[in-house]
Each structure stands twice: as C-alpha cells, then as structure tokens.
Design a binder for this molecule. Structure first.
Ligand SMILES: Nc1ncnc2c1ncn2[C@@H]1O[C@H](COP(=O)(O)OP(=O)(O)OP(=O)(O)O)[C@@H](O)[C@H]1O
Ligand SMILES: [Mg+2]
Length: 469
C-alpha cells in the first residue's frame, strides 16, 4: 500500500504517531467546529428571520384586511394611519399599476411579488442605520403593488459575527491541535532516538549500556525498564556462556591429559593384558569427559527456563519415597543410614526427571562428602502454602565462606578434590530449584559443632492442584 501522508521523504517528526494523532484530533475538532457553526448559523439566523417574516405577514394582514382584494386606496389609508402611530420601524411602499408611488415611507422600484432581502442601496442606507431590508411584495387585484419590510441589519451583523467567530475558532483549533501534536511528537521522537542510540551502542558491543529513563514513570520509562531488565538477563547469560566455555576447556584438560598418558603407556607396553587394561581405563576416562559435557549442557538448558513448559503436577511424596527406596541399599552398603520422614500427599508443580536428579545429587553429596559413615536425614512437609524439603547429614558441612564457591560451576572444596566429581552437582541442583521457584539454602545441620554437618533446605510453592491421593 502506498502511504499518502506523510510521504516517506518527509521529516521524521511528521512520521511520529504523536503528530499523526494530533493531526487526526485537530481534524476531528475542526469537523466539530464546522458542525457547531452550521447549527448556530442556521438555528440563530433562521429563527431570527422567521420572527421578522412573521411580523411582516402580520403587518400585511393589517394593511390588507380583505387580502389582495383590498382596494389600493384603502391600503394607502391604512399605511398612512400606521405610519402615524407605529413607533417602531416598518417600511411601506405602495405603488399603482403604472409604478407611481401612492403611499409609504420608502421610495424605490418594487421588486417582483414574493420575499426578498434588499441590500443597502447605492446612495446609502434605507434609513438611519438600516443597511438591509427584509421585505414581502404583494400584488393587489387592482394592479397596485404593496411592499412591507422590516430592518434586517441585525441579521446581517449577526451573520458577519458568526462567520468571523467561526473562522477564528476553526483556525485556532487547527493550529493549536497541530502545535500540540508537533510538541508531543518531538518529545516522543527524542525518547525513541535515545532508545535507538542506546540499542546501536549495545549492538556495537557495549553490553553494559542501558536505555536512559526520564524518571517520569510513563509508558516509555516502563518499556525502557523492561528492555533494561532483558538486557541484564542477556548480559548475565552471555557472561555465563563465556565463563562456561573457559571452565569446560579447563576441566577437560586434566581428563584428556590423563587419557593421553594412559594411551602412551599402553603404546610402550606391548603386553596384551596391559593393552586391555589401558583401553578399559581410557574408556572410563572418555565416559567421564562425556558425563562432564552432558552435565554442563543440562545445566545450560535448565538455566534457559525452557523446561518450565513441560511442568506438571508432581506427587512429591511418591517421588521422594521411590528415591529413598533406590538409595537405601546403596547407602547401607557404604555404611550410611538414610532416614526419611515424608508427609503423605505433598504436591508441587514441576519436572519429575529434574527433581529426581536434584534430590539424587544431594543424597550423593551427603554420602560422598560426609567423609565416612553418615546419618542422612530427609524430611519433607507442607507449611501453609509451601512445601519444605530438608536434607541433612552429619559430615564436616560447608563453612559459610565456602558456600558460594561450592555453588559455583566446577566449584569443589579442598577435602573433595581427591574424590571423583566435577563440582556440578550443587550448581545443577540450585538451577533446578530456581526453575521450580524454590528457595535453595545451605546451612549448618548442628550449630557450633565440630562437624556441623550440612542441611540443604528447599522451599517450594505448593501446587494449587488438588493433592494426589
Ligand atoms: N554434603 C556435603 N558435605 C560437605 N561438603 C559438601 C557437601 N556437598 C557438597 N559439598 C562440597 O561442595 C562441593 C561442590 O559440590 P558438587 O555437588 O557441586 O560437586 P561434587 O559433588 O564435587 O561433584 P559432582 O556433583 O559434579 O559429581 C563439593 O566438591 C564438596 O566440596
Ligand atoms: Mg555432587
């Protein structure tokens, strides 16, 4: 579709929606002014003219008691009588069939029978201050013509006044509307330009740049706030991405170096048995590296929040009971005790697979990092509109200063360095908790103890769905 106004070449201000809206508003207001003008013009002048016409008809009735059958001489008498007594200005002219004036206070050639509005005669006014006459001309049966008229100057003045007022009002409405539009348009344009400028700088690589706020809290400010929040999130993700790349490269170095060493040793040792062992070892090392890559990818996927789309109502009681069942035997074989207290019919919204993985990570951490046989407690219960799950162990715990590091990707604390693991379990669990809008906290299990143990607390919003059961 071709745009007629403003043409693409017009200044940017004319293409702003503010100016367009103002032009539309001004046009509507101008149309309103025209309607008001028409109503006032025809209403006022029409009714004024009707009043004048009625007084003329009335007067003719008095001059011609028998209508057009009234003889001219009787009409002349009535005119003279009226002129003698009527205090207000009525104009009469009676002329015979030959055009000779018979009576009246007006001397002029009579127009054809009917209604007329007579303009000021060339020589000046009809009478003192009378610039316009409204007249009715009647032809009598005897051939004479009678004109009765009244002063119509007021109509003309009013006519002029209304037209002038309309023109001024119309012009003012249009120009004020347009001026306001241009003003608003300029302001809007300045804000949009600021957004474009900031966006261009961001595109050029300055990811820390943000859109300036005017501070008025208007829709532009709200839009800028939303876009800025989006930019914050994007910057965070970009930084994370860069960090993950570094961390993966860093963490893959040692398994790859070990793999290389294994293969090199195997190459030097011609014994078939040694070769078999070396290959098995190499496969284990490759599996480890693959597991690392898988965990990092999963973490990245969870952080995008895309898995929320597949959330369903979860029977958390059932999920935890099954998990405890799975881990009980393994824990006992390693000398741990796993004690669970799970309230029946706990319901939350979530992703069962991710929740399973999170609780499994936490139980495995307790078994791995407690440093010897541990007592592991799992308590889950509903509290008002929340569901709380607490996992406790009686190992060395994590000192408050080290909790940040333990929650970071690849963050492993000193005593754990010689144990297998990548330092991804806790950050993965924290990301899964965040995905579920759950609050994830690490605390000492026993305050002030030598081995305080670790309590991981998860507070989920309870599902609104009816509890399973
Ligand atoms: N229950 C715990 N008690 C004491 N320290 C813990 C406990 N859980 C985690 N930690 C510490 O926090 C670090 C990070 O834990 P995380 O689960 O992220 O990694 P990991 O267990 O070492 O390896 P991965 O889970 O990737 O196999 C651990 O290396 C350990 O030092
Ligand atoms: Mg772990």
């Amino acid at each position: 579709m071709t745009r007629l106004w403003p043409a693409p070449g017009h200044p940017a201000i004319l293409r702003t929606s503010g100016v367009r809206l103002a032009a539309l508003g001004a046009a509507v207001a101008a149309m309103g002014a025209v309607i008001v003008f028409v109503v006032i013009y025809y209403g006022t002048l029409g009714s004024l003219r009707q009043t004048l016409d009625a007084s003329i008809t009335n007067e003719i009735g008095e001059i011609l008691p028998q209508g057009t059958a009234t003889p001219a001489a009787e009409a002349a008498g009535a005119i003279n009588a009226a002129l003698a007594e009527k205090p207000f200005r009525i104009f009469y002219a009676l002329s015979g069939p030959n055009g000779a004036a018979l009576a009246g206070n007006l001397r002029l050639p009579l127009p054809a029978p009917g209604w007329h509005t007579l303009d000021t005669p060339a020589g000046g006014a009809f009478a003192q201050g009378v610039m316009e006459l409204r007249v009715l001309v009647v032809r009598l049966r005897d051939g004479a013509s009678l004109l009765v008229g009244v002063d119509g100057t007021m109509i003309r003045r009013l006519n002029d006044l209304i037209r002038r007022s309309f023109l001024i009002g119309f012009g003012l409405t249009l120009s004020l509307g347009l001026a306001a539009g241009i003003g608003f348009g300029r302001k809007a344009l300045a804000r949009v330009n600021a957004v474009s400028l900031a966006s261009r700088e961001i595109m050029a690589g300055d990811l820390s740049r943000r859109i300036p706020l005017a501070g008025s809290g208007d829709e532009f400010d709200r839009l800028a706030e939303t876009v800025n929040a989006m930019l914050d999130r994007m910057q965070h993700l970009m930084e994370n991405l860069a960090a993950v790349g570094n961390e993966i490269a860093h963490d893959l170095r040692s398994p790859l170096a070990r793999l290389r060493e294994t293969l090199e040793l195997a190459l030097r040792d011609p014994e078939p048995a040694a070769t078999g062992t070396a290959i098995a070892e190499a496969i284990a090392q490759v599996d480890g590296a693959l597991a690392l890559c898988g965990a990092v990818l999963r973490l990245a996927q969870i952080e995008t929040g895309a898995r929320r789309a597949s959330f369903s109502n979860i029977d958390l009681t059932d999920l935890l009971n099954r998990l405890v069942e799975t881990y009980e035997t393994v824990a006992e074989e390693a000398g741990h005790r796993l004690i669970a207290q799970v309230t029946p019919r706990l319901a939350i919204r979530g992703d069962a697979q991710l929740l399973n993985q999170m609780f499994a990570n936490l139980i495995e951490n307790a078994m791995t990092h407690a440093g010897g046989p541990a007592r592991i407690g799992l308590v889950a219960r509903a509290e008002a509109t929340r569901v709380t799950v607490r996992l406790t162990d009686d190992g060395p715990g994590i000192a408050p200063d080290h909790r940040g590091a333990a929650l970071r990707r690849f963050g492993r604390l000193d005593p754990a360095r010689h144990r297998p693991g990548y330092g991804l379990g806790l950050p993965l669990s924290a990301a899964i908790a965040e995905l579920h809008d759950a609050v994830f906290t690490l605390d000492d299990a026993t305050q002030g103890a030598n081995r305080p143990g670790l309590t991981v607390t998860l507070v989920f919003p309870a599902s609104n769905a009816p509890r399973p059961g």
